[in-house]
Design a protein around this ligand. Structure first.
Ligand code: MN
Length: 129
């Protein structure tokens, strides 16, 4: 596949097993994947890359995914879609991710077949501005 047509995804996740899994799934479907294991690492990455989409774990050390999303949306990367990828499925969790500024929500456990389709569908919904 042509380099330029490969969407770049930044996956912010502290669990290495999940990072390996998501990378495998998305790379097999033609995505490029960059990883960050924490908020500070995500900020570092975003100094040098401009992803088409950010996949955001919520339960992260140092800065949680809600706070990180709010910061990115209000300051650093307002136009990059951020999709929460989280096992937090209690009532109200989806609303919290939306309030934090996430553009969408994907529930863990990760569905190997559905994930690339879900990610692709959110790529089309890039926020304007
Ligand atoms: Mn986590």
């Amino acid at each position: 596949m042509d380099e330029q047509t490969q969407p770049l995804v930044l996956y912010v996740e502290d669990n290495p097993d999940n990072r390996v899994l998501v990378r495998r799934i998305l790379e097999a479907e033609g995505f490029k994947v960059e990883e960050a294991s924490s908020g500070p690492e995500a900020f570092e990455k975003l100094k040098t890359i401009v992803p088409d989409l950010i996949l955001m774990d919520i339960n992260l050390p140092e800065i949680d995914g809600y706070t990180l999303t709010t910061t990115l949306k209000s300051q650093l990367t307002p136009n990059i879609p951020i999709i929460a990828l989280t096992a937090n499925v209690m009532k109200g969790d989806r609303e919290k991710t939306i309030q934090a500024g996430c553009d969408g929500y994907i529930q863990k456990p990760i569905d190997v077949d559905a994930l690339p389709i879900q990610v692709r569908s959110f790529l089309g919904s890039k926020t304007k501005g």
